[in-house]
Design a binder for this molecule. Structure first.
Ligand SMILES: Nc1nc2c(ncn2[C@@H]2O[C@H](COP(=O)(O)OP(=O)(O)OP(=O)(O)O)[C@@H](O)[C@H]2O)c(=O)[nH]1
Ligand SMILES: [Mg+2]
Length: 379
């Protein structure tokens, strides 16, 4: 009797996969096919050249910003580096960090209210300091704050006045990290006892402008424009989805048990499949307006169906099927609490145990993995 056997196609280019000749289209190693019989398979060519990339791009920053950094260096000013604790990777920019080497930094981690109140502040602060230290920044001080809840804002104001006694202060950071909101909060409790005015200011050798606020007769706080991020999911989404993706209130963990071949779907935006490894408890962090679903079995079909029927939210109009995504494989050799995150959207947290995850994101969006950022008090 004739035997039917399944024909496998490359998930990206659609070519029929074969194990016989690596010089011909569709070649894939036999072991890979056997290892992931139900996984999404890519021919060697697509795996290497096109959509698979095990070292995704990092958050970027604009060259024009360098003139501001030059000004800071000449004045030996203090940099207040504002990072967003929810979207930390999107506001912690390694290219910018390199330029900050040798400059004194006061790290202000903003938007504390977006993380669960039970999250351990000491561990969070330690995580941020660790990341700054690893990036070789000269961190003179750091603080967690929230303008929304007022958390640590008085302490921050006092520190700014203290540090401004003998040097200028420059607020820098990614766009939407929270610089202006912190400065507005500062201004609410501020009295100008100097002979100078609050003015707008154009930074040396550039057309970048920001506010300049006198702290005393010889020193100022400078608000710089944010450096923009082009590989965040926010930059790929339309206004309506952006509104759903950016959290406005505390993000609570949503928990799932993920078995091999099953996936977590964030709206119609991101799919994270456990390709290989033990059944894993996963906590998902994203805006409450982003649906999070557990998908059993074939992610490619489920995703295409859900997108077609608009059964998930948010969706981005130009993403119509599974082939509109970039895919990354992430192997987790580390033990302990780990995160896999998607810039601008959120992250999953789990205990590392040699898992292999496959992450599908809209093309050009940055995916990262780090040690776990949020741990709970009494956990
Ligand atoms: N939940 C929460 N949202 C905040 C907080 N601080 C700022 N935001 C929001 O974050 C967004 C960006 O804040 P801004 O202060 O404008 O950010 P920025 O760093 O000045 O951004 P650019 O001017 O583009 O560089 C706004 O929608 C704020 O409402 C906070 O403490 N908690
Ligand atoms: Mg601003």
């Amino acid at each position: 009797m004739a035997e039917l056997s399944k024909v496998y196609r490359c998930y990206h280019c659609g070519v029929i996969l074969q194990n016989d000749d690596n010089s011909k289209p569709g070649y894939i190693e036999k072991e890979v096919m056997e290892k992931y019989p139900e996984g999404l398979l890519l021919c060697d060519n697509c795996f290497k050249n096109e959509r698979f990339n095990s070292s995704p791009k990092e958050a970027d920053f604009e060259v024009s910003y360098e003139s501001i950094l030059g000004e800071i260096k000449i004045k030996n000013a203090l940099v207040v580096y504002v990072v967003d604790v929810f979207s930390f990777e999107g506001s912690f920019i390694s290219k910018l960090n390199k330029k900050l080497e040798g400059i004194d930094v006061f790290a202000v981690a903003s938007k504390r209210d977006l993380l669960p109140s039970e999250a351990d502040n000491d561990i969070l602060q330690h995580y941020i300091e660790h990341r700054l230290r690893v990036s070789k920044l000269t961190v003179k001080d750091s603080i967690l704050v929230s303008t929304n809840s007022g958390y640590n804002m008085n302490i921050l104001h006092e520190k700014l006045i203290k540090y401004g006694k003998n040097r200028d202060i420059y607020f820098i950071g990614a766009t939407t990290s929270g610089k202006s909101t912190i400065i507005e909060d500062f201004l609410r409790n501020y009295t100008n006892n100097t002979h100078n005015l609050i003015t707008t200011y154009t930074f040396n050798d550039s057309d970048l402008r920001g506010f300049r606020i006198p702290i005393n007769d010889s020193h100022y706080i400078y608000e710089t424009p944010g450096t923009s991020i082009n590989n965040s999911i926010i930059s790929k989404a339309d206004k309506i989805s952006q509104n759903q993706i950016i959290p406005k209130k505390t993000v609570k963990a949503r928990n799932f048990k993920l078995s091999p071949n099953n996936s977590i779907l964030f709206g119609g935006l991101v799919g994270i499949q456990l390709i290989n490894g033990p059944r894993t408890n996963v906590s998902c962090y994203a805006s409450s307006e982003v649906n999070i679903n557990l998908i059993k079995g074939d992610l490619e079909n489920s995703l295409t169906n859900l997108l077609k029927k608009k059964k998930v939210s948010p969706i981005i109009d130009y993403i119509k099927s599974a082939t509109d995504f970039d895919a990354y494989d992430i192997q987790i050799p580390e033990k302990g609490s780990r995160d896999i995150g998607i810039l601008g959207l959120g992250w999953i947290n789990f205990i590392g145990n040699n898992q292999l995850f496959r992450v599908f994101v809209p093309k050009g969006v940055y995916v990262y993995t780090t040690r776990g950022k949020v741990q709970y008090v009494n956990k």
